[in-house]
Ligand binder design. Structure first.
Ligand SMILES: *Cc1c(COP(=O)(O)O)cnc(C)c1O
Length: 380
């Protein structure tokens, strides 16, 4: 194995690195899922998830995030979905609706542009058959933050029956989310939750549970799952290892100061990273950057990303579809030490120097450190 592969810093916005304590917890012998021992673990995990989601109900599914998106759409939309397509993941909601025989009305923008409250209001007034809205909180395709809480509030003011489905796969565990007007919020294990892929979680409101009724479908029937999970078990074989990992990561977050500290550290680190990148003359791509990742659009995005990997051992993500080779995305999700991000922004500066774009003088590290540590010390 090449040295670069061993020492590579994983800074893609999913998958994210799994902390050592969580890897250890998941290395214990496999438990049978229909036992009091596992039910006790499941119960504790649920209790920790309630603290994270702050919703009336939580449901764990053995699937990747897309499975939870599909289950949300099929169980909670019965006629027409309003999907917000400002990136690959928003587009997916529309595709799920169409594949499920539902009508899909779409609001579409370039991947750097968030949806506005006004255009959602307009769409709802024009289409009275819309019974659910699906939107990303953080749209990972371009790293933008939609004003989901405001959109949800405005939508409920127009139609109190409307269901708001929020994809929080790169938002739950990253920033505090006001779920007052959100009916369904989705998380996935391999992004903000720092776990291996394979577990998706839905937070549901009582309004959502009422609309689910008997549920739709079979494997992804949420009524079946809710009933079982309230009894601390699952309808089908539980992903026991990932449930154990979920409990371990939520305990790890607690032991490192809790969710509020994680949210504050992440917001500060994201801000310090943006400042450092801008100080290098780079441009932040989204108009409303999410805290989950820092996205730069640049004519040399591909070259920068390649140099980061081959010369400096830092693995960041590129863009997809029409943004392939045009952007790079640096992860901010998880328990990340500030010194790791200093290494990343420093590597970006070194890459720019290698490309002849600037003379290396340590600007990125200095600006990151100034932003991050001055506000921690309190003499900014
Ligand atoms: C990664 C991601 C998904 C898809 O999750 P999978 O686990 O790949 O199915 C959905 N939405 C957002 C915002 C994501 O970042």
């Amino acid at each position: 194995m090449a040295i670069a592969e061993i020492f590579m810093l994983l800074f893609t916005p999913g998958p994210t690195p799994v902390p050592e304590s969580v890897r250890q917890a998941m290395a214990t012998p496999t438990l049978h899922h229909r036992t009091p021992e596992f039910e006790a673990i499941f119960k504790e995990t649920r209790e920790l998830l309630f603290k994270l989601f702050r919703t009336d109900e939580v449901v764990m599914l053995a699937s990747s995030g897309t499975g939870a998106m599909e289950s949300a759409v099929t169980n909670l939309c019965h006629d027409t979905l309003l999907s917000i397509n400002c990136g690959k993941f928003g587009e997916r909601f529309g595709k799920i609706a169409t594949a499920s025989g539902l009508n899909n009305v779409e609001i579409k923008h370039e991947w750097n542009t968030p949806a506005s409250v006004a255009e959602v209001e307009e769409a709802l007034k024009e289409n009275s058959s819309i019974d659910a809205i699906a939107i990303q909180i953080s749209e990972s395709a371009g790293g933008l933050r939609h004003p989901v809480e405001e959109i949800a509030k405005a939508a409920k003011a127009i139609n109190p029956e409307i269901i708001v489905i929020a994809d929080g796969i790169t938002a739950v565990g990253v920033e505090p989310i006001d779920v007052t007007h959100i009916d369904c919020i989705i998380a996935g294990s391999q992004k903000a939750l720092m776990l291996p892929p394979g577990l998706a979680i839905l937070g549901l409101s009582n309004v959502a549970i009422e609309k689910i009724g008997e549920g739709k479908g079979y494997y992804f029937n949420l009524a079946t799952e809710i009933k079982k999970q309230r009894e601390n078990t699952t309808a089908w074989t539980a992903p026991t290892t990932l449930v154990i990992g979920t409990r371990a990561i939520l305990e790890e977050i607690e032991s490192k100061g809790g969710l509020d500290k994680l949210y504050a550290d992440t917001a500060l680190r994201a801000k310090a990273t943006r400042n450092a990148l801008e100080a290098l003359g780079l441009h932040i791509y989204p108009q409303s950057p999410a805290a989950s990742m820092s996205t730069v659009d640049d004519e040399h995005a591909k070259e920068i990303r390649d140099l980061l990997k081959t010369d400096f051992g830092v693995n960041v993500a590129g863009g997809q579809d029409h943004l392939k080779g045009k952007i790079f995305r640096i992860n901010q999700m998880g328990l990340i030490e500030p010194y790791e991000m200093v290494a990343v922004v420093n590597a970006v500066e070194l890459s720019l120097s290698k490309l002849g774009r600037r003379t290396f003088d340590g600007t990125a590290s200095r600006v990151f450190n100034e932003t991050y540590f001055k506000s921690i010390i309190g003499n900014s």
